[in-house]
Structure formats: structure tokens, C-alpha cells
Design a protein around this ligand. Structure first.
Ligand SMILES: Nc1ncnc2c1ncn2[C@@H]1O[C@H](COP(=O)(O)OP(=O)(O)OP(=O)(O)O)[C@@H](O)[C@H]1O
Ligand SMILES: [Mg+2]
Length: 246
């Protein structure tokens, strides 16, 4: 997808609240990639830099809306979410955050950073067997990001990063609901491998900005900042900032 609000690919459906996608003065930067690709590390560093530069920054994390928290928890604990209800509950979470956390700052001309975005749903929900076009339509109300960063990393590198110390994997996190393996680690490996394949399709389809996530953290951050910088010219900034720096 072309950067900037208003440019929408054909797949970005034009139904619910279509007006949301046009004409916001703010900027939206989002990060995507498989578990352990380094998304949060990079977004956190970007966040700190933008704040230090005096920009007005808001942050929104995947699956963090209080609206569906209890239901999601219950569904996960009782293993009662199907691929469809899993998808819809995350879409509800996303719709709530879009209305409360993403659109208002963009309207005000601020920066919004999102750790995971619609592409997480497109990848995961498709791997769970939901129809690709159906998932894209469900998220038709989403605001296209200014830049969608995709942190590309080989599966083994990501697994090595996050499975050190063998943390306990949760049922849905490991994709155990799919029945590919009874061993959580094997299931997780299969699940992440399939998600990785799905992400690679999305890079093409939505023109995501690929970052080589095997590079050192500081090198990746240098690239991320250099790509974000040209979009900051008219973004809301603390008027006191320049004066304080003198
Ligand atoms: N470039 C890198 N080189 C080596 N290790 C890294 C790199 N980037 C991040 N890490 C480490 O890998 C681990 C996972 O990083 P991080 O939490 O940022 O990934 P993530 O993509 O947000 O994962 P998740 O999807 O599980 O939230 C952390 O321990 C982090 O310090
Ligand atoms: Mg993370």
C-alpha cells in the first residue's frame, strides 16, 4: 500500500466508516513480523526518540482494549474460541482501539505508533483457516498506515530469540487449537512458519516496508528513524520544545 492516508489498495474495502481513512493530518507508524522478530524493541526505541524530539506521540498495542478483555480471557482459558470467534474478538478489540486510541490523535495531527496492526490478523486468521478476503473485509474500517514496517527474520532466528529458557507457551499462542502437534513447541514452530509465509504475501499485497531484522538493533533503528523522519514535517510538536533545548 502506498504510504499516506487516503491511498487505499483495492483489497482495503470501502464499507464501514470509510471516511475514517482520508485526510488526517497525523501519521501512523506500525510494526509487523513474527513473534521474536524484534518489533517491540524497535517501536520502543522509535517511541523514545520521537518523545525526546518533542513530538506528540500515542501508542496502541494489539489486543489491549478493555472492552473485550474479560471475554477474550474467558475464551482463551476455556479453549472455547473457534477460528471465526478468535478473529472477530480481535477485530472488536481493534475497532475499539481505532475509535478511541488511533483516530482521535491522527485527527489532532499527532503520531500514533501501533505494535501489530491489521496484518497480524490477516496472517494469523488466514493460517487458522479463515477466508483471506473475509478477514480483509472485516478490517475494512482500519486506517491505512503511513508506513507499515515488516521485520523480516528467518524462523529459526526468531525462535532462538524467544524460546531461550523455554518459556511456557499458551494454547492459542502456540496454535494448539489447530491440532498440528500436541507438543506446544512443535506446534508453535509450525504455526509461526505458516504465519511467516502469509506475511511474505502481505509484503507484496500491501507494499510493507521491509527491514532486515537480523541486523543489530542499533542499525535497524537507524534505518527506521531515517524512513520516519521525512513524514514528521507537519506533525504536532510541543511548542515549548525548541525553546527548552536552547
Ligand atoms: N536485532 C536483534 N538482534 C538480537 N536480538 C534481538 C534483536 N532485536 C530484538 N532482539 C531480542 O529478541 C527478543 C524478542 O524481541 P521483541 O520482544 O522486540 O520481539 P517481538 O517481535 O516484539 O516479539 P513478540 O511478537 O513476541 O512480541 C528480545 O529478547 C530482544 O531483546
Ligand atoms: Mg512484542
Amino acid at each position: 500500500m502506498a504510504a499516506g492516508h487516503g491511498a487505499r489498495p483495492a483489497a482495503w474495502s470501502n464499507n464501514m466508516q470509510a471516511g475514517l481513512t482520508t485526510g488526517f493530518p497525523g501519521k501512523l507508524f506500525i510494526v509487523e513480523g513474527i513473534d521474536g522478530s524484534g518489533k517491540s524493541t524497535q517501536l520502543d526505541l522509535l517511541h523514545k526518540w520521537l518523545i525526546a524530539e518533542g513530538y506528540c506521540v500515542f501508542f496502541s498495542a494489539w489486543n489491549s482494549s478493555p472492552l473485550v478483555k474479560k471475554t477474550t480471557k474467558l475464551g482463551k482459558e476455556t479453549h472455547s474460541l473457534s477460528p471465526t470467534t478468535f478473529s472477530l474478538i480481535h477485530a472488536t478489540d481493534f475497532a475499539d482501539r481505532t475509535e478511541r486510541e488511533i483516530v482521535p490523535p491522527l485527527k489532532a495531527g499527532a503520531i500514533v505508533l501501533a505494535d501489530r496492526y491489521v496484518y497480524t490478523a490477516f496472517a494469523r486468521d488466514s493460517v487458522r483457516g479463515n477466508d483471506r478476503n473475509w478477514v480483509r473485509k472485516v478490517y475494512g474500517f482500519a486506517v491505512p498506515p503511513t508506513i507499515g514496517f515488516y521485520f523480516r527474520v528467518p524462523l529459526e532466528t526468531a525462535l532462538d530469540r524467544i524460546l531461550v529458557g523455554r518459556p511456557e507457551l499458551k494454547y492459542y499462542e502456540a496454535g494448539l487449537d489447530m491440532g498440528w502437534s500436541e507438543d506446544p513447541y512443535e506446534s508453535f514452530r509450525i504455526f509461526q512458519g505458516k504465519i511467516l509465509e502469509e506475511y511474505e504475501r502481505l509484503v507484496e499485497e500491501y507494499n510493507l516496508t521491509v527491514i532486515d531484522a537480523t541486523l543489530p538493533i542499533t542499525e535497524q533503528q537507524r534505518i527506521v528513524r531515517s524512513l520516519v523522519k521525512p513524514h514528521l514535517k507537519d506533525v504536532l510538536r510541543d511548542p515549548q520544545f525548541r525553546r527548552r533545548r536552547r
